[in-house]
Design a protein. Sequence first.
Lengths: 252, 243
Amino acid sequence: MSGYLTRQMSGFSATYRRELGAYFATPMAYVFLAVFLLALGLFTWEAGRFFDRGVADLQPFFVWHPWLYMIFLPALAMRLWADEKASGTDELLLSLPLGIPGLVLGKLMAAWTVAAAGLLLTLPMWASVNFLGSPDNTAIALAYFVSLLMAGAYLSIGAAVSALTGSQVTSFVISVVMAFMFTAAGWPLVLSTVQSLFGTGFADIVARFSFITQFEGAQRGVLELRVVAYFLGFTATFVFLNCLWASRQRLG
Amino acid sequence: MLEVKALEKSYGSKHAVRGVSFAVEKGTVLGFLGPNGAGKSTTMRMIAGVLEPDSGDAVIDGKSIISDRRAAQASLGYLPEGAPLYEDMTPPEFLRFLAEARALPRRSRQDAVDRAIADARILSVSHQRIGDLSKGYRRRVGLAGAILHDPPVLVLDEPTDGLDPNQKRAVRALIARMAPTKAIIISTHTLTEVPAMCHRAVLIDRGRVIADDTPAGLARRSEDGSLESAFSRLTDQDEDENL
């Protein structure tokens, strides 16, 4: 069993390091981080009225995470497989004695690390609220943790679709549409429409699959095991699809 | 060393490779010839484990590419058509990535990288990004990647395509240096370099092997004794049969 796992995961660390290097070898990661932080700051301060509320917490900051992830993370993930296809290096990769799961997870983890770096760079915001008042720091730490898990779920969609389409632009568009569906499903505007069309029971089910609904509790500082399981399970499902779509290439 | 057994591959309705078989011994450089679209690249991709054949098998150093893919791939060095590379890396970074991906023992990785760089004569460009290199150097970086783990079998898809005469000579010299200890397959459509580089030539057309001979033996099959007219006679003849 452990031998089987080792074989499947061979290539994980080589792939992870290569992909992480590729993000930082080009301006890609820096531009991504800069624009992501700018957008997050703008939404938190302008739209979220961070200062006007007079409450020292990060609620107006976390509430934007799903919406920004929905646009930014597909952009981060779109190159993972499509770029290999465009430059023909997928052929080189498939000729190496590696397991597909190791490649898939190595690539996903590299993108996840860049996303984590983005979150890490927002820590001054956390420091600010501590300077301005006395927030519930455990609750904030928890919201950060669940936000990171949610980022993995968004990235797993983008990575899998990148393997499926083999084109960066197509992959970005499809991933954003899919991410939008999983995000907006919990939006009151969408939910009230669903409710009036299909009834409350169905609306509840739709809401349960939404990232917004799943992320709600964490924003209030509640750690729910089922939320952690949801995001990890969601990511695992798309990692599995990613493996299938990446190995499809071998069939020609 | 390498045994190709009745490989078959179809893409939809196109039957690209129809039962290709041949064997290559250690110390042999086999020229894999044929017109464009004859199935050369498809066959080589199946040998390298990049593409799964519909049926048939390739046995590399005793290991089947179908039932024991990773072990077979570990014994194989493959240069894909056009030598695709990661352009954002420098040659040593690229080779270190391959060494890690191939799980070479940690201690011997740097030695393997240094040796491949020396063998492929790319030391002078080792600080440049691969994307900035000339075609000839890129091809040599690709070759360095294929020989990094010192595999007993090499499959090189058009290693000299698009190179200038000096670069071609350098690649040919590298292949000649490696030839005594390895089984090597080279696909090319530059027929003039076949007698200089290859001990044997397999000619393939429309997915079938139509000749397997020494370059000189192949040349004798034409009226004027040149490889070129033998090539066009053998492949044209087939076209007539299909009319």
